[in-house]
Design a protein around this ligand. Structure first.
Ligand SMILES: Nc1nc2c(c(=O)[nH]1)N[C@H]1C(S)=C(S)[C@@H](COP(=O)(O)O)O[C@H]1N2
Ligand SMILES: [Mo]
Length: 199
């Protein structure tokens, strides 16, 4: 029996939403970690922003909770080609965390408990585009997804959203992180399909 597939080309997103080039839609939430999951309690968790001149701004869990939270609903795009629409988070915007940080830096290197790093232009952390997220889908962020808190910067491929985030170093020059040093694109815009260096 012939399979009728006229007008159906490839993996069409179930939701009918527009996917970035080369992506397919998934409804589960895959876990992608380059190493073991670090177990960091909220009590020991600390997040720092260090400027290019060495000025250090630090938040413990209590200070983070004292800040106004936002509840963004965002789409996730992983370079391994899955995308997940309409994920719901709670967290503190980087706009708020950077508000009192005096800097002339253009770049940020994000570092995590466990040693993971990723780099991005500082401006991509601003204008309501990035959060330190500590709840996912109404519950505390699970350790395998980066709990107690992760960076969430959904307009770039998900490898930029550092799990178990521990700090950000601001820098005048760009400095590639873990995957960026291994051949992944320096910027990683899913809509321009910037997967690898040279894309
Ligand atoms: N600290 C840390 N953050 C990380 C990673 C990692 O290995 N370590 N993997 C990245 C990659 S490649 C992806 S696709 C996402 C996966 O997030 P998830 O496991 O919550 O789906 O986390 C990113 N953040
Ligand atoms: Mo990824």
């Amino acid at each position: 029996m012939a399979v009728i597939s006229r007008g159906f080309h490839g993996r069409r997103p179930e939701s009918g939403r527009k996917l970035p080039p080369g992506q397919y839609e998934t409804f589960d939430f895959p876990v992608l970690s380059a190493g073991p999951t670090p177990r960091v309690s909220r009590e020991e968790w600390e997040f720092t922003i260090t400027t290019e001149t060495g000025v250090r701004h630090a938040w413990d869990w209590g200070r983070l909770m004292d800040l106004a939270a936002e509840t963004p609903t965002v789409d996730l795009h992983c370079v391994t080609k899955w995308s997940k629409f309409d994920t719901t988070w709670k967290g503190v915007s980087l706009d708020l965390l950077l508000a009192d940080v005096e800097t002339a830096a253009d770049f940020a290197l994000v570092f995590s408990y466990g040693g993971y790093t990723t780099n991005l232009p500082l401006e991509d952390l601003l204008d309501g585009r990035a959060w330190i997220a500590y709840e996912y889908d109404g519950a505390p962020l699970a350790p395998e997804h980066g709990g107690p808190a992760r960076l969430l910067v959904p307009h770039l491929y998900l490898w930029k959203s550092a799990k178990w985030v521990h700090g950000i170093q601001l820098m005048p020059e760009d400095d590639p992180g873990f995957w960026e040093s291994a051949g992944y694109h320096d910027y990683g815009d899913p809509w321009r399909e910037q997967r690898y260096q040279g894309d």
